[in-house]
Ligand binder design. Structure first.
Ligand code: HPA
Length: 241
C-alpha cells in the first residue's frame, strides 16, 4: 500500500478515472464497470477496479482542490505505475463560448495556486493535457454528437474567490471554465512521464448565472464518463498495437 491508498500494486489498473467525490467513484464503478472490487477506503477516499469493454480500469476519489488531488495522483503514478489519469469533474463556465451541460476538455490549465512555485522557481510553467488523450476524447465525443469544447481551464485554489474580476480577465484570454484540480494533475503527469486529461461538465455559469438541475447534471456527467471510458479503451488499443 502507499501512504494514502490501501491497495497492493496489482489491485489498481493502469488507467484511472479520478472524480473529486469518492461517492462518484463508487457510482462509476457500480454503473459502468464489470466485477468492480473496492480496493481503498482509507479516509473514505473510495477506490475501485473493474473492467470496461475488456480493459481494466480503476475509479478513485481525489477530494477537492489541488493539494488533496495531488496526493492521490502522485501515489497512483509513483506507487501503482498508473499510465493515464482522466479527471472527471464539474466546472463553472467563465466564457460565453460554453453552456451548462457542455463538457470542457482541458487543453491547458492556468492556476492561482502556489504549488508550482517551488518546482519551477521564477518560471510560470504551462500545465497541458496529453495530446493523444485529448484527440481520442474529442473524436469519441464528436462521433456520439456530444457537446464537447476543447479549451483552457482555470484551476483555482478558491471556490469562493474574493477577486470578482479575475474570471472576466481569464475569459477574455480564452479560458473557458473554472475548477480546482487540473493544473496540478497535468504537472504531476509531466513529472512522471505519464498521461492526463481533465474532462469537466459545466455545472454552472459564472457570467449568465445559468445552472443545471441535479437530473441534468447527472445525465451530462454520465455522457462524460462514457466518453472517458471509451477514450481509455482506444488508448489501450493504440498502445498494445
Ligand atoms: N469554481 C470552482 N470549481 C467549480 C466551480 C466553480 O465555480 N463549479 C464547479 N466546480
Amino acid at each position: 500500500m502507499s501512504t494514502h491508498i490501501g491497495a497492493s500494486p496489482d489491485q489498481i489498473a493502469p488507467y484511472v478515472l479520478l472524480p473529486g467525490d469518492p461517492y462518484r467513484a463508487r457510482w462509476i464503478a457500480e454503473t459502468f464497470l464489470e466485477d468492480p472490487v473496492q480496493y481503498n477506503d482509507v479516509r473514505g477516499m473510495l477506490g475501485y477496479t473493474g473492467t470496461f469493454a475488456g480493459v481494466r480500469i480503476s475509479a478513485q476519489g481525489s477530494g477537492m482542490g489541488q493539494p488533496s488531488m495531488a496526493i492521490y495522483a502522485q501515489e497512483l503514478f509513483s506507487d501503482y505505475d498508473v499510465q493515464a489519469i482522466l479527471r472527471v469533474g464539474t466546472c463553472g463556465a467563465l466564457s460565453e463560448r460554453v453552456k451548462v451541460r457542455d463538457v470542457i476538455l482541458g487543453v491547458a490549465a492556468s492556476t492561482d495556486s502556489a504549488m508550482n512555485v517551488p518546482r519551477f522557481r521564477h518560471v510560470s510553467y504551462a500545465p497541458a493535457a496529453d495530446f493523444e488523450l485529448l484527440r481520442l476524447a474529442a473524436d469519441v465525443a464528436e462521433e456520439r454528437l456530444l457537446p464537447v469544447v476543447p479549451g483552457g481551464l482555470f484551476s483555482s485554489d478558491q471556490f469562493y474567490n474574493p477577486d470578482t474580476e479575475i474570471a472576466g480577465i481569464l475569459a477574455r484570454y480564452g479560458v473557458l471554465g473554472v475548477e480546482m484540480e487540473a493544473a496540478a494533475l497535468y504537472t504531476l503527469a509531466a513529472q512522471f512521464g505519464r498521461r492526463a486529461l481533465a474532462l469537466c461538465t459545466v455545472s454552472d455559469h459564472l457570467t449568465t448565472g445559468e445552472e443545471t438541475s441535479s437530473l441534468e447534471r447527472q445525465e451530462s456527467f454520465e455522457d462524460m464518463i462514457e466518453v472517458a471510458l471509451e477514450t481509455i479503451v482506444r488508448l489501450d488499443a493504440n498502445s498494445s498495437s
